[in-house]
Write a protein that binds this ligand. Sequence first.
Ligand SMILES: O=C1O[C@H](COP(=O)(O)O)[C@@H](O)[C@H](O)[C@H]1O
Length: 233
Amino acid sequence: MIEAEWWDYDSVDELADAVAGDVGFIIESALDARDSALIAVPGGSTPVPIFANLTKAKMNWRKVTVVPTDDRLVPVENDLSNAKLLARSFLPSGARVIPIATSIDDYKLAGNSADARLQDLPWPPDLVWLGMGKDGHTASIFAGPDLQDALDAPKARRAVGVMPDPLPPEAPVARVTLTRAAILSARTILVTITGQDKRDLLEQAIADGHSSKLPIGRVLAEAEQPIDIHWCP
Ligand SMILES: O=C1O[C@H](COP(=O)(O)O)[C@@H](O)[C@H](O)[C@H]1O
């Protein structure tokens, strides 16, 4: 059973303030301890106001590397690109942003390429920050033919390519994602979600643990570290 602590806020603004503070603290602690920080952060819409608050923090951003937990296989100029969001959010502060998606058509090969990029980074990440879709996917670990690959990849494997099935209507494309092993290797894991529907889904996924039908339940069931879940309606 995972050790999950819920942090509830009344509004997105309050959540954004608090999570930006926590992530800033994690980065500062890594800079103090190792003189560099590596964080993996989600895409989508939930983190946007948090990024805005976080990047106002004064710290040595030049020593901070930011990677997406996952990305959609689209050109980096496309609005669906998580790398585009990270570049827009973090590059002005001076952080290094490493995209993991490529223009390779074969999504499995794109997964190999994402893995190779991540193999060049000092591991483990100081933080893996996860979001969750309405269908219970996290990072881009989705239901579909590649679910087991992403869940069962060996410890050394950091990313794989996946084809969600069904394809989510808001972004109906193949993806690359951190594996479960890569997510769980992080020094700290936190989750941000909004809305009662997602809360109900995540509570159920956590309760079901290993037998959860939802990818996020299967990922978190194996976590050895305590996990903070930040939520607002
Ligand atoms: O597709 C994705 O969706 C999830 C959730 O996004 P949200 O917009 O509902 O917050 C996100 O965590 C993931 O990184 C992204 O690629």
